[in-house]
Design a protein around this ligand. Structure first.
Ligand code: APR
Length: 251
């Protein structure tokens, strides 16, 4: 089977990570314009860093749930597989999903990069280790880190509102979609707020692939789905994947 999975914050909700627009979602109490835009960072980098460090800590204390594990299991059994996640947490990776089978289209919260140059991006491993010690100190003092090369401000490696999607990652998505129709597309835990999520899901499933939406609530994508599963992802996805692995559909 050729499979595409798209996920959003709802998949990490059962790991204790708030969604954005759901009940108690981040955007219910906090103003994204004050925390998740380049302008907000320009205006008050300290406040922005405080919020992202808080989120990093919450994610470090969280564990992948059965939905993340089911997706990693599906990736192992599918002939071809790609996950496109909007989540900046590392729970899909910690559930065992290899990096080459995943695209974090909105970035990675644990990456720190220069707001001017691309420092901090390439030597991920080294940079991460380096960052960790330094980060501990900076976290305690809530210091805004500065780029060793350009002395510009360092920022979390995520995509903010009004910013372009990372070009390399979009190319990876287009490459996978260009590789042929998917027999199965699963969209789980997202309000599908952004048009590209609906576009990628529909292009992958067209003309007659299965498009399954897993979400307790209706979304703009629901009308295009061939199957709606109105249940929490950590309940629905393990069952769905076990069924698929036990009885792969005739193709
Ligand atoms: N299982 C499945 N779906 C769930 C669960 C659950 N346990 N709990 C909530 N949901 C659904 C909600 O019904 C909602 O449709 O998950 C969705 C969460 O939607 P959002 O909070 O809008 O999150 P997401 O779609 O990932 O947001 C997209 O917007 O704020 C930006 O960059 C941010 O990546 C994020 C993007």
């Amino acid at each position: 089977m050729r499979v595409l999975v798209l996920t959003g914050a709802g998949v990490s909700a059962e790991s204790g990570i708030p969604t954005f627009r759901g009940k108690d979602g981040y955007w219910r109490n906090l103003d994204p314009a004050r925390l998740a835009t380049p302008e907000a960072f320009e205006k008050n980098p300290k406040l922005v860093w405080e919020w992202y460090r808080e989120r990093r800590q919450r994610i470090r204390n969280a564990q992948p749930n059965a939905a993340h594990e089911a997706i990693a299991n599906l990736a192992q059994h599918a002939h071809e597989f790609l996950l496109i996640t909007q989540n900046v947490d590392d729970l899909h990776a910690r559930a065992g999903l290899p990096k080459e089978k995943m695209v974090q289209i909105h970035g990675d919260i644990f990456l720190t990069r220069c707001s001017r140059c691309d420092f901090g991006f390439t030597e991920r491993k080294h940079e991460h280790e380096h960052e960790h010690e330094q980060e501990q100190e900076e976290e305690e003092e809530n210091v805004v880190p500065r780029c060793a090369k350009r002395d510009a401000l360092m920022r979390p490696g995520v995509v903010w509102f009004g910013e372009q999607l990372p070009w390399n990652e979009v190319q990876r998505v287009e490459g996978y979609l260009g590789g042929g129709v998917c027999d199965l597309v699963i969209v789980a835990g997202t309000t599908a707020t952004f048009g590209y999520i609906i576009d990628w899901a529909m292009r992958a499933a067209a003309p007659n692939g299965e498009l399954i939406e897993v979400n307790p609530e209706e979304t703009p994508l629901s009308q295009f789905a061939t199957r709606l599963v109105r249940e929490p992802a950590a309940i629905a996805l393990p069952r769905l994947v076990d069924q698929l692995v036990a009885q792969p559909p005739e193709l």
